[in-house]
Design a protein around this ligand. Structure first.
Ligand code: A2P
Length: 296
């Protein structure tokens, strides 16, 4: 089966569902990537900060699927921001992955107190794009205000803004800002993993157990995760569900044979709590930014 795609603002196609590997242990990552590619996925999303780019490359090679068929996305970490540093970070990422080119390279965080370095990092991405070493470039976790400030300084409009987005944190203003600029919104934690990951607060309610989503899932004979992924796709968002479990990896890709009604989509939108599960991108976090990304 060929994977449904969205077309980015520079004409490059991105498969609508990718495998996420945030919190995938290195020893499980290669197997998860291999399984996903054999299942039909053609998009893998990783990051220097996840410390598993090497295993992503290994999983891709293990699968036997040709590199040219796979959309490989990774992220530059804040400690590598700056023009020369980010060019070097590209070398670290490609060295670990074992590929010469990337399909999408994005800045992992906006780093508000390091705006100049963030811009310089993005200018390095523009150079890499110009030289054909990456096919598209973008950002992650940028708020509408940060995007406005950023777009005043850069030449290439980001193709993608990857942000926290699930039924308990829908970010309508952010989605509108992305759409206005022609930026594809890409959802991290698309099935709400952040609402139940250990260590992220005790009073959390897992969106996987939500009654409204459960009722919609029962009506379609699908799981809650599948309903959430369908909600993203029908509203035009790229989604990168993480799983290392072969059954759930397959389930998260089996979302192309049913359709949610407008009323069902609206009832999922209405679950928004406005409460972020992950870190606030407007708050500077120097200690968090400064961990060092290994050389390849
Ligand atoms: P696992 O890797 O054991 O499958 P998100 O991508 O929204 O952050 O969610 C990831 C979390 O959801 C992980 O804990 C993952 O665990 C779990 N998960 C992934 N797919 C499914 C699914 N189809 N049903 C239930 N849980 C899932």
């Amino acid at each position: 089966m060929s994977t449904p795609v969205f077309t980015l603002n520079n004409g490059v196609e991105i498969p609508v569902i990718g495998l996420g590997v945030y919190q995938s242990a290195p020893e499980e990552t290669a197997a998860a990537v291999d399984t996903a590619l054999r299942t039909g996925y053609r998009h893998i999303d990783t990051a220097a900060a996840y410390r598993n780019e090497r295993e992503v490359g290994e999983g891709i090679r293990r699968s036997g699927v040709d590199r040219s068929e796979i959309f490989v996305e990774t992220k530059v970490w804040v400690s590598d921001y700056g023009y020369d540093q980010t060019l070097h970070a590209f070398g670290k990422a490609t060295g670990k992955l074992g590929f010469d080119t990337l399909d999408l390279l994005i800045l992992h965080q906006p780093a508000p107190a390091r705006f100049e370095q963030t811009i310089a990092a993005y200018k390095a991405l523009e150079t890499l794009l110009d030289e054909g070493r990456v096919r598209s470039i973008g950002v992650s976790n940028f708020t509408p205000a940060q995007l406005d400030r950023f777009l005043g300084e850069v030449s290439v409009v980001p193709a993608v803004n990857q942000v926290e987005l699930h039924p308990y944190f829908v970010q309508p203003a952010l989605q509108a800002a992305d759409a206005e600029h022609g930026i594809l919104t890409q959802a991290w934690s698309p099935i709400g993993g952040i609402t139940f990951y250990p260590g992220w607060g005790d009073d959390r309610r897992s969106v996987l157990d939500d009654e409204t989503i459960g009722a919609i899932a029962a009506a379609h004979g699908k799981s809650a995760a599948q309903v959430m992924l369908r909600w993203h796709l029908q509203q035009g968002r790229s989604a990168i569900p993480k799983s290392t479990n072969p059954v759930r990896i397959a389930q998260n890709f089996d979302v192309f044979d049913f359709e949610l009604s407008a009323a069902e989509l609206a009832s999922i939108d209405a679950l928004d709590t406005g409460r972020r599960g992950g870190p606030d991108p407007e708050v500077d976090r120097p200690a968090f930014y400064d961990f060092v990304i290994d050389e390849a």
